[in-house]
Design a protein around this ligand. Structure first.
Ligand SMILES: Cc1ncc(COP(=O)(O)O)c(C=O)c1O
Length: 400
Protein backbone atom coordinates (compact mmCIF):
# COMPACT_ATOMS: atom_id res chain seq x y z
CA UNK A 1 0.00 0.00 0.00
CA UNK A 2 2.65 2.51 1.10
CA UNK A 3 4.66 1.44 -1.97
CA UNK A 4 1.89 2.71 -4.17
CA UNK A 5 2.04 6.10 -2.51
CA UNK A 6 5.81 6.15 -2.67
CA UNK A 7 5.70 5.28 -6.37
CA UNK A 8 3.18 8.05 -6.96
CA UNK A 9 5.27 10.49 -4.95
CA UNK A 10 8.46 9.67 -6.82
CA UNK A 11 6.62 9.86 -10.09
CA UNK A 12 5.06 13.24 -9.42
CA UNK A 13 8.39 14.73 -8.35
CA UNK A 14 10.28 13.35 -11.33
CA UNK A 15 7.50 14.25 -13.77
CA UNK A 16 7.46 17.79 -12.43
CA UNK A 17 11.25 18.13 -12.64
CA UNK A 18 11.43 16.58 -16.10
CA UNK A 19 8.71 18.89 -17.38
CA UNK A 20 9.57 22.22 -15.76
CA UNK A 21 13.39 21.88 -15.84
CA UNK A 22 14.02 20.04 -19.12
CA UNK A 23 11.03 20.86 -21.28
CA UNK A 24 9.78 24.34 -20.33
CA UNK A 25 10.76 27.93 -20.80
CA UNK A 26 10.18 29.26 -17.28
CA UNK A 27 9.11 32.89 -17.46
CA UNK A 28 7.30 33.47 -14.17
CA UNK A 29 8.97 36.56 -12.65
CA UNK A 30 8.22 35.40 -9.10
CA UNK A 31 10.36 32.31 -9.66
CA UNK A 32 14.03 31.53 -10.19
CA UNK A 33 16.41 28.55 -10.11
CA UNK A 34 18.58 27.79 -7.11
CA UNK A 35 22.11 26.57 -7.73
CA UNK A 36 23.04 22.96 -6.85
CA UNK A 37 24.96 24.32 -3.85
CA UNK A 38 21.87 26.13 -2.65
CA UNK A 39 19.70 23.06 -3.11
CA UNK A 40 22.22 20.99 -1.17
CA UNK A 41 21.79 23.35 1.79
CA UNK A 42 18.03 22.82 1.66
CA UNK A 43 18.55 19.11 2.31
CA UNK A 44 21.09 19.62 5.14
CA UNK A 45 20.34 18.61 8.75
CA UNK A 46 19.52 22.22 9.54
CA UNK A 47 16.10 21.38 8.10
CA UNK A 48 15.48 19.17 11.14
CA UNK A 49 16.48 21.69 13.82
CA UNK A 50 15.09 24.45 15.95
CA UNK A 51 16.59 27.54 17.45
CA UNK A 52 14.80 30.37 19.24
CA UNK A 53 15.76 33.75 20.72
CA UNK A 54 14.55 32.68 24.18
CA UNK A 55 17.27 29.96 24.20
CA UNK A 56 14.66 27.27 24.87
CA UNK A 57 16.35 24.76 22.55
CA UNK A 58 19.80 23.34 23.25
CA UNK A 59 22.26 22.14 20.61
CA UNK A 60 22.10 25.30 18.59
CA UNK A 61 25.72 26.47 18.56
CA UNK A 62 26.07 25.98 14.79
CA UNK A 63 22.51 27.04 14.05
CA UNK A 64 23.12 30.33 15.79
CA UNK A 65 26.39 30.81 13.97
CA UNK A 66 24.60 30.09 10.68
CA UNK A 67 21.95 32.69 11.44
CA UNK A 68 24.48 35.38 12.28
CA UNK A 69 26.66 34.50 9.26
CA UNK A 70 23.67 34.77 6.92
CA UNK A 71 22.59 38.07 8.44
CA UNK A 72 26.13 39.38 8.07
CA UNK A 73 26.11 38.40 4.39
CA UNK A 74 22.71 40.07 3.92
CA UNK A 75 24.03 43.29 5.47
CA UNK A 76 27.00 43.22 3.09
CA UNK A 77 25.00 42.48 -0.04
CA UNK A 78 22.44 45.21 0.62
CA UNK A 79 24.79 47.64 2.31
CA UNK A 80 22.48 47.71 5.34
CA UNK A 81 23.24 48.11 9.00
CA UNK A 82 20.53 45.67 10.10
CA UNK A 83 19.19 42.43 8.58
CA UNK A 84 16.65 39.87 9.70
CA UNK A 85 16.43 36.70 7.61
CA UNK A 86 13.86 34.92 9.80
CA UNK A 87 10.63 35.78 7.92
CA UNK A 88 9.53 32.68 6.02
CA UNK A 89 8.35 34.59 2.96
CA UNK A 90 7.78 38.02 1.48
CA UNK A 91 4.20 37.97 2.71
CA UNK A 92 5.36 37.22 6.25
CA UNK A 93 7.82 40.12 5.99
CA UNK A 94 4.92 42.38 4.95
CA UNK A 95 2.96 41.09 7.92
CA UNK A 96 5.82 41.84 10.32
CA UNK A 97 6.09 45.37 8.93
CA UNK A 98 2.38 46.15 9.11
CA UNK A 99 1.76 44.42 12.44
CA UNK A 100 4.48 46.37 14.15
CA UNK A 101 4.06 49.79 12.52
CA UNK A 102 0.29 50.16 12.43
CA UNK A 103 -2.76 49.89 14.60
CA UNK A 104 -6.42 49.41 13.74
CA UNK A 105 -7.79 52.21 11.55
CA UNK A 106 -4.39 53.50 10.35
CA UNK A 107 -3.94 54.44 6.71
CA UNK A 108 -1.39 52.64 4.57
CA UNK A 109 -0.43 53.74 1.07
CA UNK A 110 0.65 51.28 -1.63
CA UNK A 111 0.25 50.52 -5.34
CA UNK A 112 -3.28 49.31 -6.13
CA UNK A 113 -3.60 45.64 -7.11
CA UNK A 114 -5.44 46.97 -10.19
CA UNK A 115 -2.12 48.54 -11.25
CA UNK A 116 0.04 45.56 -10.30
CA UNK A 117 0.40 46.24 -6.57
CA UNK A 118 0.78 43.19 -4.31
CA UNK A 119 -2.76 42.03 -3.48
CA UNK A 120 -1.65 40.50 -0.15
CA UNK A 121 -1.29 43.90 1.53
CA UNK A 122 -4.62 45.25 0.32
CA UNK A 123 -8.11 44.16 1.29
CA UNK A 124 -9.06 41.29 1.58
CA UNK A 125 -5.45 40.54 2.58
CA UNK A 126 -3.44 42.05 5.43
CA UNK A 127 -5.25 45.40 5.40
CA UNK A 128 -8.48 43.58 6.16
CA UNK A 129 -6.98 41.30 8.80
CA UNK A 130 -5.36 44.25 10.58
CA UNK A 131 -8.32 46.56 9.93
CA UNK A 132 -6.25 49.14 8.09
CA UNK A 133 -7.45 51.69 5.59
CA UNK A 134 -5.95 51.13 2.14
CA UNK A 135 -4.95 54.18 0.15
CA UNK A 136 -3.51 53.70 -3.31
CA UNK A 137 -0.85 55.71 -5.09
CA UNK A 138 -2.16 57.81 -7.98
CA UNK A 139 -0.83 55.84 -10.93
CA UNK A 140 0.15 56.73 -14.48
CA UNK A 141 -0.99 53.65 -16.37
CA UNK A 142 0.76 54.68 -19.58
CA UNK A 143 4.08 55.30 -17.83
CA UNK A 144 3.62 52.09 -15.79
CA UNK A 145 4.58 53.95 -12.64
CA UNK A 146 3.40 55.93 -9.65
CA UNK A 147 2.42 59.49 -10.57
CA UNK A 148 4.96 61.31 -8.39
CA UNK A 149 3.29 64.73 -8.43
CA UNK A 150 -0.15 63.45 -7.49
CA UNK A 151 1.37 61.06 -4.96
CA UNK A 152 3.12 63.94 -3.18
CA UNK A 153 -0.22 65.77 -2.77
CA UNK A 154 -1.86 62.62 -1.44
CA UNK A 155 0.96 61.93 1.02
CA UNK A 156 0.76 65.51 2.29
CA UNK A 157 -3.02 65.56 2.65
CA UNK A 158 -3.73 62.02 3.89
CA UNK A 159 -0.59 61.48 6.03
CA UNK A 160 -0.54 57.67 5.79
CA UNK A 161 1.07 55.89 8.72
CA UNK A 162 3.08 53.62 6.44
CA UNK A 163 4.02 54.11 2.79
CA UNK A 164 4.85 50.91 0.97
CA UNK A 165 6.67 51.24 -2.33
CA UNK A 166 7.31 48.22 -4.54
CA UNK A 167 4.81 46.11 -6.49
CA UNK A 168 4.22 42.75 -8.10
CA UNK A 169 4.17 44.23 -11.60
CA UNK A 170 7.24 46.43 -11.58
CA UNK A 171 9.26 47.44 -14.62
CA UNK A 172 10.61 50.86 -13.61
CA UNK A 173 12.18 52.35 -10.49
CA UNK A 174 9.55 54.16 -8.43
CA UNK A 175 9.72 57.82 -7.26
CA UNK A 176 10.79 56.90 -3.73
CA UNK A 177 13.00 59.94 -3.18
CA UNK A 178 10.52 62.54 -4.41
CA UNK A 179 7.46 61.14 -2.68
CA UNK A 180 9.07 59.61 0.40
CA UNK A 181 10.69 62.78 1.67
CA UNK A 182 7.24 64.45 1.92
CA UNK A 183 5.97 61.65 4.14
CA UNK A 184 5.35 61.92 7.85
CA UNK A 185 4.88 58.14 8.23
CA UNK A 186 7.37 55.31 7.83
CA UNK A 187 8.57 54.77 4.26
CA UNK A 188 9.31 51.18 3.25
CA UNK A 189 10.01 49.31 0.01
CA UNK A 190 8.63 45.84 -0.65
CA UNK A 191 11.47 44.64 -2.86
CA UNK A 192 10.12 41.09 -3.22
CA UNK A 193 10.40 41.25 -6.98
CA UNK A 194 13.51 43.32 -7.43
CA UNK A 195 15.82 42.30 -4.56
CA UNK A 196 18.18 40.46 -6.92
CA UNK A 197 18.51 43.59 -9.04
CA UNK A 198 19.00 45.79 -5.99
CA UNK A 199 21.66 43.33 -4.76
CA UNK A 200 23.49 43.77 -8.08
CA UNK A 201 23.11 47.57 -8.05
CA UNK A 202 20.89 47.49 -11.15
CA UNK A 203 17.62 48.97 -9.92
CA UNK A 204 16.96 51.76 -7.48
CA UNK A 205 18.55 51.73 -4.02
CA UNK A 206 15.64 52.23 -1.57
CA UNK A 207 17.74 52.34 1.62
CA UNK A 208 19.66 55.32 0.24
CA UNK A 209 16.59 56.97 -1.25
CA UNK A 210 14.86 57.53 2.07
CA UNK A 211 13.29 54.18 2.94
CA UNK A 212 13.63 53.02 6.53
CA UNK A 213 12.98 49.45 5.45
CA UNK A 214 13.69 47.26 2.43
CA UNK A 215 12.13 43.83 2.69
CA UNK A 216 10.57 41.02 0.70
CA UNK A 217 10.95 37.57 -0.80
CA UNK A 218 14.36 36.00 -1.31
CA UNK A 219 13.48 33.89 -4.35
CA UNK A 220 12.19 36.06 -7.17
CA UNK A 221 14.90 38.08 -8.92
CA UNK A 222 17.17 37.17 -5.98
CA UNK A 223 17.95 33.52 -6.80
CA UNK A 224 17.63 32.29 -3.22
CA UNK A 225 15.39 29.76 -1.47
CA UNK A 226 11.72 30.61 -0.94
CA UNK A 227 11.81 32.89 2.09
CA UNK A 228 11.81 36.46 3.34
CA UNK A 229 14.18 39.14 4.57
CA UNK A 230 14.02 42.55 6.30
CA UNK A 231 16.82 45.14 5.89
CA UNK A 232 17.28 48.58 7.39
CA UNK A 233 19.66 51.37 8.31
CA UNK A 234 17.28 52.80 10.88
CA UNK A 235 17.80 51.21 14.28
CA UNK A 236 14.53 52.34 15.79
CA UNK A 237 12.35 51.17 12.89
CA UNK A 238 14.31 47.94 12.52
CA UNK A 239 13.93 47.09 16.21
CA UNK A 240 10.22 47.85 16.03
CA UNK A 241 9.71 45.50 13.08
CA UNK A 242 12.25 42.79 13.88
CA UNK A 243 11.31 42.54 17.57
CA UNK A 244 7.87 40.97 16.98
CA UNK A 245 9.09 38.62 14.19
CA UNK A 246 9.50 36.02 16.94
CA UNK A 247 7.08 35.00 18.39
CA UNK A 248 4.65 37.23 16.47
CA UNK A 249 4.85 35.93 12.91
CA UNK A 250 7.54 33.23 12.91
CA UNK A 251 8.33 30.35 15.24
CA UNK A 252 10.59 27.85 13.48
CA UNK A 253 12.79 29.80 11.08
CA UNK A 254 13.59 26.87 8.74
CA UNK A 255 17.34 26.88 9.20
CA UNK A 256 17.98 24.90 6.01
CA UNK A 257 16.40 27.81 4.15
CA UNK A 258 18.70 30.20 6.01
CA UNK A 259 21.75 28.13 4.93
CA UNK A 260 20.48 28.15 1.34
CA UNK A 261 19.98 31.90 1.50
CA UNK A 262 23.61 32.27 2.60
CA UNK A 263 24.66 30.52 -0.62
CA UNK A 264 22.52 32.84 -2.73
CA UNK A 265 23.95 35.87 -0.92
CA UNK A 266 27.49 34.63 -1.56
CA UNK A 267 26.56 34.23 -5.23
CA UNK A 268 25.36 37.83 -5.20
CA UNK A 269 28.63 39.01 -3.64
CA UNK A 270 30.56 37.26 -6.39
CA UNK A 271 28.24 37.62 -9.39
CA UNK A 272 25.46 40.02 -8.36
CA UNK A 273 26.44 42.83 -10.68
CA UNK A 274 26.94 40.62 -13.74
CA UNK A 275 23.77 38.63 -13.01
CA UNK A 276 21.56 41.69 -12.47
CA UNK A 277 22.92 43.44 -15.57
CA UNK A 278 22.30 40.31 -17.64
CA UNK A 279 18.73 39.99 -16.30
CA UNK A 280 17.85 43.59 -17.22
CA UNK A 281 19.54 43.36 -20.63
CA UNK A 282 17.61 40.18 -21.34
CA UNK A 283 14.28 41.82 -20.38
CA UNK A 284 15.01 44.76 -22.63
CA UNK A 285 16.04 42.47 -25.49
CA UNK A 286 12.95 40.31 -24.98
CA UNK A 287 10.64 43.33 -24.97
CA UNK A 288 12.16 44.76 -28.16
CA UNK A 289 12.10 41.41 -29.93
CA UNK A 290 8.46 40.84 -28.95
CA UNK A 291 7.50 44.24 -30.34
CA UNK A 292 9.42 43.50 -33.53
CA UNK A 293 7.37 40.29 -33.83
CA UNK A 294 4.15 42.30 -33.47
CA UNK A 295 3.38 41.47 -29.81
CA UNK A 296 2.16 44.41 -27.70
CA UNK A 297 4.32 45.39 -24.72
CA UNK A 298 3.68 48.14 -22.13
CA UNK A 299 6.07 50.99 -21.30
CA UNK A 300 7.33 51.82 -24.82
CA UNK A 301 8.02 55.49 -24.02
CA UNK A 302 10.32 54.51 -21.15
CA UNK A 303 12.13 51.71 -23.02
CA UNK A 304 9.74 48.91 -21.90
CA UNK A 305 11.60 47.77 -18.79
CA UNK A 306 14.43 48.31 -16.36
CA UNK A 307 13.69 45.21 -14.30
CA UNK A 308 13.39 41.44 -14.71
CA UNK A 309 9.85 41.83 -16.06
CA UNK A 310 8.21 42.53 -19.41
CA UNK A 311 4.50 43.40 -19.33
CA UNK A 312 2.29 42.35 -22.22
CA UNK A 313 -0.33 44.88 -23.25
CA UNK A 314 -3.66 43.07 -23.70
CA UNK A 315 -6.91 42.98 -21.76
CA UNK A 316 -7.30 40.56 -18.84
CA UNK A 317 -9.25 37.94 -20.80
CA UNK A 318 -6.68 37.88 -23.61
CA UNK A 319 -3.78 37.70 -21.13
CA UNK A 320 -5.37 34.69 -19.47
CA UNK A 321 -6.04 32.90 -22.74
CA UNK A 322 -2.48 33.72 -23.92
CA UNK A 323 -1.05 32.19 -20.73
CA UNK A 324 -3.13 29.02 -21.16
CA UNK A 325 -2.00 28.57 -24.77
CA UNK A 326 1.61 29.37 -23.90
CA UNK A 327 1.47 26.67 -21.23
CA UNK A 328 0.34 24.13 -23.83
CA UNK A 329 3.48 25.06 -25.75
CA UNK A 330 5.57 24.62 -22.54
CA UNK A 331 6.11 28.37 -22.17
CA UNK A 332 5.24 29.03 -18.53
CA UNK A 333 4.06 32.54 -17.61
CA UNK A 334 1.28 33.91 -15.39
CA UNK A 335 -2.23 35.08 -16.19
CA UNK A 336 -1.29 38.72 -15.51
CA UNK A 337 0.79 39.16 -18.67
CA UNK A 338 4.16 39.33 -16.91
CA UNK A 339 7.17 37.65 -18.48
CA UNK A 340 10.24 37.31 -16.26
CA UNK A 341 13.83 36.83 -17.37
CA UNK A 342 15.53 35.96 -14.04
CA UNK A 343 15.39 32.20 -14.42
CA UNK A 344 16.38 32.20 -18.08
CA UNK A 345 19.34 34.43 -17.24
CA UNK A 346 20.33 32.15 -14.41
CA UNK A 347 20.33 29.25 -16.88
CA UNK A 348 22.61 31.09 -19.29
CA UNK A 349 20.25 32.55 -21.89
CA UNK A 350 21.64 35.77 -23.32
CA UNK A 351 20.29 38.63 -25.40
CA UNK A 352 20.78 36.70 -28.66
CA UNK A 353 18.48 33.96 -27.29
CA UNK A 354 15.76 36.48 -26.41
CA UNK A 355 15.01 36.84 -30.14
CA UNK A 356 14.20 33.13 -30.32
CA UNK A 357 12.14 33.25 -27.10
CA UNK A 358 10.17 36.21 -28.49
CA UNK A 359 9.63 34.40 -31.78
CA UNK A 360 8.25 31.34 -29.96
CA UNK A 361 5.95 33.49 -27.80
CA UNK A 362 4.73 35.38 -30.86
CA UNK A 363 3.96 32.12 -32.69
CA UNK A 364 1.52 31.28 -29.89
CA UNK A 365 0.14 34.71 -28.98
CA UNK A 366 -0.41 35.70 -32.59
CA UNK A 367 -1.48 32.18 -33.63
CA UNK A 368 1.25 31.89 -36.25
CA UNK A 369 2.13 28.24 -35.75
CA UNK A 370 0.42 25.17 -34.29
CA UNK A 371 1.05 24.62 -30.56
CA UNK A 372 2.78 21.25 -31.18
CA UNK A 373 5.27 22.88 -33.50
CA UNK A 374 6.15 25.52 -30.89
CA UNK A 375 6.35 22.96 -28.11
CA UNK A 376 8.92 20.93 -30.05
CA UNK A 377 11.03 24.01 -30.65
CA UNK A 378 10.77 25.01 -26.98
CA UNK A 379 11.93 21.58 -25.81
CA UNK A 380 14.94 21.53 -28.08
CA UNK A 381 15.91 25.04 -26.98
CA UNK A 382 15.56 24.30 -23.25
CA UNK A 383 17.73 21.16 -23.53
CA UNK A 384 20.64 23.43 -24.45
CA UNK A 385 20.41 25.41 -21.19
CA UNK A 386 20.66 22.91 -18.37
CA UNK A 387 23.55 24.30 -16.30
CA UNK A 388 22.87 27.15 -13.87
CA UNK A 389 25.27 30.08 -14.24
CA UNK A 390 26.50 32.62 -11.65
CA UNK A 391 27.33 29.68 -9.40
CA UNK A 392 30.22 29.57 -6.91
CA UNK A 393 33.22 27.70 -8.26
CA UNK A 394 35.78 28.87 -5.76
CA UNK A 395 35.68 30.21 -2.25
CA UNK A 396 34.42 33.78 -2.42
CA UNK A 397 36.82 36.42 -1.17
CA UNK A 398 34.67 37.10 1.87
CA UNK A 399 35.47 33.64 3.26
CA UNK A 400 39.23 33.74 2.62
C1 LIG B 1 5.44 42.67 -4.21
C2 LIG B 1 5.20 41.37 -3.52
N1 LIG B 1 5.34 41.31 -2.18
C3 LIG B 1 5.15 40.16 -1.51
C4 LIG B 1 4.81 39.00 -2.16
C5 LIG B 1 4.62 37.73 -1.37
O1 LIG B 1 5.80 37.03 -1.40
P1 LIG B 1 5.90 35.52 -0.92
O2 LIG B 1 5.29 34.70 -1.99
O3 LIG B 1 7.37 35.32 -0.73
O4 LIG B 1 5.16 35.39 0.38
C6 LIG B 1 4.63 39.01 -3.54
C7 LIG B 1 4.22 37.76 -4.19
O5 LIG B 1 4.47 37.35 -5.21
C8 LIG B 1 4.85 40.21 -4.24
O6 LIG B 1 4.71 40.28 -5.56
Amino acid sequence: MSHQYLDRLEKVVSQHEEWRLRDCLNLIPAENRGSPQMRAMLSSDFGNRYTAPDRFYRGTRYSDELLSLTEELARKVFNARYADVRPLSGHIANMAVLLSLTKKGDKILSVSPDEGGYPGIARPGLAELLELENLFFPYDHEAVNIDAKEAISLVKSAEPKVILFGASHIVFPQPVKEVGRRASGTVAFDGSHVLGLIAGGEFQDPLREGCSLLYGSTHKSLPGPQGGIILSNNEEVFRAVSGPVFPGVVDNIHLNRVAALAVALLEMIQFGKAYAQAVVKNSQALAKALVAEGVRVRGAAQGYTKSHQVLLDYDAAKLESNAARLEQANIIADNGGRLGTSELTRMGYGIADMGTVAELIAMVVLGRKPIDFVQKRVKSMVRQFQEPKFVLQSVPKILE
